[in-house]
Write a protein that binds this ligand. Structure first.
Ligand code: GLY
Length: 374
């Protein structure tokens, strides 16, 4: 890597992000983007797909950073669109935090809009209603897997912590903490690697087994799962002050950083049977981890947090220098080479809107933005 992270010019990265988002606005319009393949055109996904909060989330960050009303106007109706979809037969699940934190909750925080606050609390009620008290976990997905829980949910807990604070009702936080304790106990291994899925008996709550899910296998180390755990656990620490979550986030961070390749952007899984060098990257895992590492750095004393901030900066430099679309003006995404679901052969080596969101979020944090919702 050519860039010295001690002197990296984050304002100049931000100045490249702003016109890129302007181009994206013209190209994306009313679409609900999820994936852009080789043609560089974002698709238009169904509104209950877990990724639909991230594009408006980018717009809200841009509005908060620049005060430019164009971003606010384009982001404004997204929480209502999502709510309307929730009021008809739909597939919303444990990921409602991904839908409503970067839409309703940030809109309420920035503008004070009462309807946005109501929508955020509505989504929190939905998430809380998925809690299984016997096994102390929030249920993943829909369908017949009543006892499945997944690491991704750790990142959605901020919706419950926000609702507890906003409403004054501690039940939301009790549920978030109970799920976070299950993450500590059942998902994060001693070496800091993470399971994607853990299955429980939905009647008795007894643990049955870990499953590979979007990772290579039950014993592998899916890199985006590690990013969700790293970031989700430091958030749980920020909301509760419980040091066990902070230590867990550090453990995952240490594993993540130690397993990064030369250019600092992770492979889709850190532990496969193949030579990692030939495996696809997942730039989204890198962007999520970078933003989480910045959170971790600010949660620790300066001397202990410094190494995590440096690691975040190195990842952002790698993404910026090697994986950005800066020289592809017609490409609708910001980052190339994300991996959605490798075992299913879905969305491998593509651009992913959540990679773009967390890249923008991390860049905003590096230039002083503090209005985070995760
Ligand atoms: N929340 C699903 C994923 O990370 O792919």
């Amino acid at each position: 890597m050519s860039k010295d992270t001690n002197t990296a010019d984050w304002p100049s990265l931000w100045e490249r992000i702003v016109p890129k988002v302007d181009q994206m606005m013209a190209a994306i319009g009313d679409k609900a983007p999820h994936v852009a393949k080789a043609d560089g055109i974002y698709d238009d996904t169904r509104l209950d797909w877990w990724t639909t909060g991230f594009w408006p989330g980018i717009l809200w960050i841009l509005y908060d950073r620049t005060g430019d009303e164009r971003y606010r106007n384009m982001a404004w109706s997204w929480d209502e669109r999502l709510e309307q979809f929730m009021l008809q037969p739909n597939g919303f699940d444990h990921d409602v935090g991904f839908h409503f934190l970067p839409t309703a909750v940030i809109k309420y925080k920035i503008t004070g809009d009462a309807d946005a606050r109501r929508r955020g609390l509505f989504a929190a009620n939905f998430l809380a209603g998925r809690f299984n008290p016997a096994g102390s976990f929030i249920r993943a997905w829909n369908g017949d897997k009543l006892g499945w829980s997944i690491i991704d949910t750790a990142m959605n807990l901020s919706l419950l912590f926000w609702a507890a604070k906003e409403s004054g009702d501690p039940r939301y936080a009790h549920i978030a903490k109970a799920h976070a304790d299950t993450v500590l106990r059942e998902f994060i291994r001693a070496d800091g690697s993470v399971h994607h899925i853990v299955s429980f008996d939905p009647e008795t709550g007894e643990r049955i087994e870990a499953l590979g899910g979007q990772g290579y296998g039950p014993d592998s180390a899916w890199s985006r799962g590690a990013s969700w755990a790293l970031y989700g656990m430091v958030n749980a620490y920020r909301h509760t002050g419980d040091i066990a979550y902070l230590r867990a986030s550090e453990r995952v961070a240490n594993f993540f950083i130690a397993n990064l390749p030369e250019d600092q952007v992770p492979h889709w899984d850190f532990r496969t049977d193949a030579e990692l060098a030939g495996e696809p990257r997942d730039t989204s895992a890198g962007a999520i981890a970078a933003s989480g590492l910045l959170e971790l750095a600010t949660s620790l004393p300066e001397s202990e947090g410094r190494c995590y901030r440096s690691a975040a900066e190195r990842i952002i430099c790698g993404l910026d220098e090697i994986y950005g679309t800066w020289n592809l003006p017609n490409h609708e995404a910001i980052l190339l080479h994300g991996t959605g679901h490798k075992p299913a052969g879905q969305n491998v080596d593509v651009s992913l809107i959540y990679g773009d969101y967390f890249f923008v979020e991390a860049a905003a944090k590096l230039t002083g933005w503090k209005q985070r919702v995760f």
